[in-house]
Design a protein around this ligand. Structure first.
Ligand code: SF4
Ligand code: SF4
Length: 93
């Protein structure tokens, strides 16, 4: 998935660090390497790499991650295709 990028500064992804128990599941499941484990807590090291697939949120055992799947990248592409519009330069998945 390297090289595939989301549109800058629009990902709905949030992380509640206080809830995180450091299991590293989000690090494992994220195809875009958005998370790293630092000092036994998840941190977002590349939020703009998130394409809102939802895998991290679904698999987090303590509900520390929120993301709205389908509101971002894929939806944008499909809607623009349907409307016959080009994507912004420099985007996307
Ligand atoms: S999956 Fe949840 S609990 Fe586990 S490291 Fe990620 S944010 Fe923390
Ligand atoms: S929603 Fe998908 S791409 Fe975004 S951080 Fe979670 S696992 Fe990674």
């Amino acid at each position: 998935m390297k090289g595939l990028r989301y549109i800058e500064n629009v990902a709905s992804l949030t992380l509640d660090k206080d809830r995180c128990v450091g299991c590293s599941t989000c690090v494992t499941v994220c195809p875009h390497r958005v998370f790293q484990l630092q000092e036994s807590k998840a941190v977002m090291v590349d939020k703009n790499g998130c394409m809102e697939c939802g895998a991290c949120a679904v698999n987090c055992p303590v509900d520390a991650i929120r993301v709205d799947p389908g509101v971002g990248c894929a939806s944008l592409i499909i809607n623009r295709w349907l409307k016959g519009k080009n994507l912004p330069s420099g985007s996307c998945c």
